[in-house]
Design a protein around this ligand. Sequence first.
Ligand SMILES: Cc1ncc(COP(=O)(O)O)c(C=O)c1O
Length: 466
Amino acid sequence: MWYKSILDCIGNTPMVQMNKVTETFKPTFLAKVEYFNPGQSVKDRIALKMIEDAEKEGKLKPGSTIIEGTSGNTGMGLALAAAVKGYNCIFTTTDKQSMEKVNLLRSLGAEVKICPTNVEADDPRSYYSVAKRLNEEIPNSYYPNQYDNLSNTQAHYETTGPEIWQQTEGKVTHFVAGMGTGGTISGTAKYLKEQNPDIKIIGVDSVGSVLESYFRTGEFDESKIEPYLTEGIGEDIIPKNIDFSVIDDVIQCPDREAFLTTRALAKKEGLFVGGSCGAAVWGAMQYARKAKLGKNDLMVVLLPDSGTRYVSKIYNDEWMISNGFLEDTPQYKAEDVLKIKPNKNRKLVTVEAGQTLGEAISLLNDYKISQVPVMEGGNVVGSLHENRILNILLEEPGAKKMKVNEVMGEPFPIVPSDVQVDQLTKMLDANNSAVLISLGNGEYNVLTRQDLIHALSQEPEHEVQN
Ligand SMILES: Cc1ncc(COP(=O)(O)O)c(C=O)c1O
């Protein structure tokens, strides 16, 4: 069995249960994983539908140019379909989008024009306006306009909705999806509510978008518009594809929660998805808490795209730290490591230069340690390590009676207690198995490589509050 073209592989994406990210909640959470589409996003569905409807209406003819304002995913779907069907593509997008997305579109033969993000939608520089202008200027061009083209909603009514109904055998109680153009949520919701009007539909919006306040008040409140980094959801316009009458609630998700949940989905569920997916799952959990959902509830959360397009952003620690979404790794100091090292209250174990090697060996055995500083008159004069002891015992049969100062090695480096761990790590090399930390008043403590490993492995995981 084979497919006639890659376009026949669009849709019928799997549904996968989430187990760990959602484990503190009672309902069953199912992810509808849209990166299984050939263009790795939910937008393949609407791209194909818009093109096929345009062909039927005679708006697309051989040699036509498809022009669209897209954050990348719709472009990818359109470019795939255009490649198979033989159309040209020009896309306008914003400078907020990942370069991965732009390069992907170019790989499929599309031309991409990057426009400024922070201008009004009706500004001639906005990506909406540039797409409209190009459509007027270029002959035989077609502007699908995913925002207002109702083929978008229809694609989800015809495919996403029925798939979810069949895959859950009609048991779905809640459907959660991010809202951008609104096509996904509106089309899927219409189908599901026709099957069972009790199914609740929850939209997830981004903080900085007007959709949530519009849903609550019916007013377009410009003061809600502010910059945000989550790609694909939230709007500064009200697209025709959003049908608020089928939406029961809207949750707004901040960038930080969206991105930390996205990373948790990858690490804990193996779902390597994009930022709007984290927002959708976070929104689903917020709703589950707010509505006190129970174990009989079955929430389907649509995950629109893949993490591959965000490796330089959400999955890049430096980008996350520089945007304030992750705390920088705290710089531990020697004194911090001392506070949490095992046996932290034990006085420093030392051996005197005049003691015998046999006494030193008993000391190492008694305390189960591998090395010890050698002291003379209250000063550190050398060190003794088990490797050295082993060599001497092999070389000298009567070694146990020898004095420590006859066999000892160089003293361990001595550093102040506020030295940073990365410097300590550099000092703990093949020549130095331990470092002495000066505590003042001639007092010392010792740190070994094991102590550093122990301390650094205690570093708390960055967790999102769900
Ligand atoms: C990554 C991503 N998530 C979510 C959405 C929102 O889906 P819809 O436009 O159907 O509301 C989009 C749409 O652009 C998207 O690209």
